[in-house]
Design a protein around this ligand. Structure first.
Ligand code: ADP
Ligand code: ZN
Ligand code: ZN
Length: 677
C-alpha cells in the first residue's frame, strides 16, 4: 500500500488548490494510477465535487487527521493535456481568478456530474458528426491574388504568427479560411483547426460551408445554445482528436483540442468575444496567447478590426493581410448616402427618400434591410398630462413597451407589467408611446407596404430555440422583402438579394460617454452596410446603396463611412486614444462593487482605493456606474490604470489579496481589460 497526494482544482471561490490522499494498493493496475489532467470525485464539506488533478506529490502539508481520501478517479476520460492545463492556468492568472473557477466551468456539465455519464455510449455516437464519405466536396473557387497571398502567408511559414486579415465586407475572408484549412488538414492526419465566430446565429452558415467543402471530416460545434448531451458529444470529439474542425463561439476557445494547428477568429472586432460575466475573458486575446503557446498561426479576420488589433498590425506585431476588393466578380461596395433628418422630415421614422428607395427594391424583387438597434415597440410609455413615464422600479431604466403581448418590460432585470389602461399618477387614459423600436417599425412598414413581406429579426422574435436559424433561412431563401432588425442582422450574413441597407437612427451612440462607442458604431454600420450588394448587380436591377438617417450629417464618422475608409478613421481614433491615454495605449482593470445602497458600494471602493499604492499605477475615483441600479442592486466602479501590463498585473494580484482580507459584505469583482466602462 502506498499513498500519494493529489493536488486538485475545484470550482469554488476559494483561491487555493486542495490536497487529497489516494491510496494505491499493490494490486492497483497501471491503468488506474492517476495522472495530472484527470478528473476525479472528492469529498468537499458535506458534498462531493468533481475536480481536476493539477499535481501529484509524495507528501502534503495537510495534517494526517485532516486529509481526506479521493472518492474516484475518472479514468475513462483521457487526461486533459499539459497544454490545456497551461491555458486555463494562464487565463486564471491573467484574469485573476482561482484556477478551479476557470478550469471546471470550461468543461461540459455532464462530465462534472457526480454520477458519471457513459462516455463509451457517447463515443459511439461520434460517427454522426461527419457526413458519409461518398459525398463529393464542393469545388474550391480560384482565389484572387490577394486571397492567395493571404492563404500562402497563413499556411506558409511554420510557427507562431498573428495575422490580421483586413478584408472589406464580401471580400471572401471565408474562402481564405477554408483554403487555409484545406492545407493545414492535408499536412497530417491529426491536425485540428479551431474557427471562432462571434454569434451562435452565424454557426449554421459556416457549418454548411465546412460540411460542403470537407464532407468526410468530423466537425465539432461548440456554443451555449446546445443541449448538454450534444455539448458533451462535441466536446469529446474535439478532446479525443476525432473532430478535425472545431467551430464555435467564444467558449470554444477553452475547449481541449490536442492537435490544434490553426486558430481563426472571424469578425475579431466583435464585442461578443468578451465574456461579460464570471470569468470575463476575451476569446480573441486568448486565441493569440494560445497560438503563441502552441507555436501555430492565428488569423484575426475583419473589415473593421478592433483598435487593439489594428494597432498590433501598425506596430508590426501582427502581420497584416489585405483584401481590398469584393470577391464576387462585379460585386461592388454599396454607395453610402446620408439623409439629413433636419431637412427631410420622417413620418413614422422613415424619410420619403428611404420609402421610395424601398419601393424601387420591391419593384425589382430585391431585398431591403433596415437596421434599428432597439427592440420592443417603443422605448418608453409616457403621459402628456402629468409627465409620468414608464420606469422600472428596480433599475435605473425605463420599461419598454411591447405591444404584441400587452406588456411593459425591463430589458435589464426582466420585470414585467401589463400596460396600464390609464396614467398611474393622474388617470389620463391617453398614454403615448415615445420613440420607436423594431416592433413599431415593423408595424409602420406593414402599413406603408401592404403587399410586401415585412419580417423582423431581434432577440424577441427569435426567443425559441432554433427560431433564429429558421428566420435567417427565410431571408436567405428570398421569402422576405423588407427585413427589420437589431444588430443581430448586421453581422456576417451573406445575403444574396439585398441591395438596400438603411440605418434608421444611429445617432445616439455618437454622444455616448463610453469611449468605445464610436469605434463600435462605425464597425456596426460598416458591417450592416456590408450586407448590401454582395452579388453582381442584376441587369436592370438597382445599384446597391446604404442610407443613413441622421441629425448630424457632417459627423466625421459618417464621412468615413461614406468613403468606406476604415483606415483613416482608425488612425484618428488611435491618435485620440493616445492623447487621452486610453487603451490600447493604456492597460486597465476595473473593480466593481454591488450593494443594496450605493453609499456602501462607494465606501468599499474608497477603502479599496486607499489600501494600496504602487508606482506606475493610477487609481481613479470611485464612481457610480452609468446604469446605477439593476434589480434593486446599486453598482459602482473604480478604474485602475497603468502604461505597463506587468505592473498592472502585479498590482492587481496583491490588491485582490488585500481586498479579500477586508471581509466586506459588499459583493465585488475585478475585471481585467474591461470593455464597458
Ligand atoms: P466576407 O466574409 O469577407 O464578408 P464572404 O467570405 O462571405 O465575404 O464572401 C463573399 C462572397 O464571395 C461569397 O458569396 C463567396 O462565395 C464569394 N467568393 C469568395 N471568394 C471567391 C472567389 N475567389 N471567387 C468567386 N467568389 C468568391
Ligand atoms: Zn399622468
Ligand atoms: Zn429593471
Amino acid at each position: 500500500m502506498k499513498a500519494i497526494f493529489l493536488r486538485v482544482a475545484l470550482d469554488t471561490p476559494l483561491d487555493t488548490l486542495f490536497d487529497y490522499r489516494c491510496v494505491l494498493s499493490t494490486a492497483t493496475d497501471k491503468a488506474s494510477i492517476p495522472y495530472i489532467g484527470q478528473l476525479l470525485v472528492v469529498p468537499f464539506g458535506r458534498q462531493e465535487l468533481v475536480g481536476v488533478i493539477v499535481d501529484i506529490r509524495e507528501s502534503t502539508d495537510v495534517p494526517e487527521n485532516k486529509i481526506k481520501d479521493v472518492i474516484t478517479v475518472r479514468t475513462e476520460l483521457t487526461p486533459l493535456l499539459p497544454d490545456w492545463m497551461a491555458l486555463v492556468q494562464f487565463a486564471a492568472d491573467y484574469y485573476q481568478r482561482p484556477l478551479g473557477e476557470v478550469a471546471l466551468p470550461a468543461l461540459p456539465k455532464n462530465l462534472k456530474a457526480i454520477k458519471p455519464v457513459s462516455l463509451q455510449r457517447n463515443l459511439k455516437k461520434l460517427a454522426k458528426l461527419s457526413a458519409p464519405n461518398d459525398t463529393q466536396p464542393t469545388a474550391e473557387p480560384d482565389l484572387n491574388a490577394e486571397q492567395q497571398a493571404a492563404v500562402d502567408q497563413i499556411t506558409g511559414a511554420p510557427g507562431f504568427a498573428a495575422n490580421l486579415l483586413f478584408g472589406v465586407t464580401g471580400s471572401g475572408k471565408t474562402e481564405v479560411y477554408l483554403q487555409a484549412a484545406t492545407k493545414v488538414l492535408a499536412r497530417d492526419e491529426q491536425s485540428q483547426i479551431l474557427i471562432l465566430v462571434p454569434e451562435i446565429n452565424l454557426t449554421p452558415q459556416f457549418e454548411s460551408h465546412i460540411r460542403a467543402r470537407f464532407p468526410g471530416v468530423m466537425l465539432s460545434t461548440l456554443h451555449s445554445g446546445m443541449a448538454e448531451g450534444e455539448r458533451l458529444l462535441h466536446w469529446l470529439a474535439a478532446h479525443q482528436g476525432q473532430a478535425r474542425i472545431i467551430l464555435g463561439t467564444r467558449l470554444a476557445m477553452l475547449a481541449s483540442i490536442p492537435h490544434l494547428k490553426l486558430i481563426i477568429v472571424d469578425e475579431e472586432h466583435d464585442p461578443s468575444y468578451k465574456q461579460q460575466e464570471g470569468l470575463r475573458y476575451s476569446a480573441r486575446d486568448l486565441a493569440i496567447w494560445r497560438a503563441r503557446q502552441l507555436n501555430i498561426p492565428v488569423v484575426l479576420g475583419s473589415a473593421t478590426p478592433s483598435l487593439e488589433s489594428w494597432q498590433g498590425a501598425q506596430s508590426g506585431r501582427y502581420h497584416q493581410l489585405n483584401l481590398r476588393e469584393r470577391a464576387v466578380k462585379n460585386a461592388v461596395l454599396p454607395v453610402v448616402k446620408i439623409i439629413n433628418l433636419e431637412r427631410e422630415k420622417p413620418s413614422d421614422g422613415l424619410t420619403p427618400r428611404l420609402i421610395s428607395s424601398i419601393k424601387l427594391r420591391l419593384e425589382k424583387g430585391e431585398q431591403s434591410l433596415l437596421f434599428l438597434n432597439r427592440r420592443g415597440y417603443a422605448p418608453v410609455l409616457a403621459c402628456d398630462a402629468c409627465g409620468w413615464i414608464s420606469q422600472c422600479t428596480r433599475c435605473t431604466a425605463n420599461l419598454v413597451l411591447h405591444k404584441g403581448d400587452h406588456r411593459l418590460r425591463c430589458h435589464h432585470c426582466g420585470l414585467e407589467q401589463r400596460i396600464p389602461r390609464s396614467c398611474p399618477t393622474c388617470g389620463n387614459i391617453d398614454l403615448q408611446p415615445l420613440g420607436r423600436g423594431t416592433q413599431r417599425m415593423e408595424e409602420s412598414l406593414a402599413a406603408i407596404f401592404p403587399d410586401a413581406k415585412v419580417f423582423r429579426i431581434d432577440a424577441d422574435s427569435t426567443r425559441l430555440k432554433g427560431s433564429a436559424a429558421a428566420a435567417f433561412e427565410r431571408v436567405h431563401d428570398g421569402d422576405v422583402d423588407i427585413l427589420i432588425g437589431t444588430q443581430m442582422v448586421a453581422k456576417g450574413h451573406d445575403f444574396k438579394r439585398l441591395t438596400l441597407v438603411a440605418a434608421l437612427n444611429p445617432d445616439a451612440a455618437l454622444f455616448s460617454q463610453d469611449y468605445r462607442a464610436s469605434e463600435r458604431l462605425f464597425a456596426q454600420l460598416m458591417q450592416v452596410s456590408g450586407r448590401a450588394g454582395r452579388t453582381a448587380q442584376k441587369e436592370g436591377g438597382n445599384m446597391s446603396e446604404v442610407l443613413v438617417q441622421t441629425r448630424y450629417p457632417d459627423h466625421p464618422l459618417y464621412h468615413a463611412l461614406m468613403a468606406h475608409n476604415y483606415e483613416d478613421f482608425a488612425k484618428d481614433l488611435l491618435l485620440e486614444r493616445q492623447q487621452a491615454q486610453l487603451p490600447p495605449f493604456m492597460y486597465q482593470a476595473l473593480l466593481r462593487a454591488e450593494a443594496k445602497e450605493l453609499q456602501q458600494a462607494l465606501e468599499f471602493l474608497q477603502q479599496a482605493a486607499a489600501c494600496q499604492t504602487h508606482i506606475g499605477i493610477t487609481i481613479n475615483d470611485p464612481i457610480p456606474m452609468t446604469m446605477t441600479r439593476i434589480a434593486n442592486v446599486d453598482r459602482a466602479q473604480l478604474l485602475v490604470e497603468s502604461a505597463s501590463r506587468p505592473a498592472l498585473q502585479a498590482f492587481v494580484k496583491e490588491w485582490i489579496v488585500t481586498l479579500r482580507s477586508l471581509k466586506s459584505r459588499v459583493k465585488w469583482s475585478v475585471e481585467i481589460d474591461p470593455v464597458d466602462i
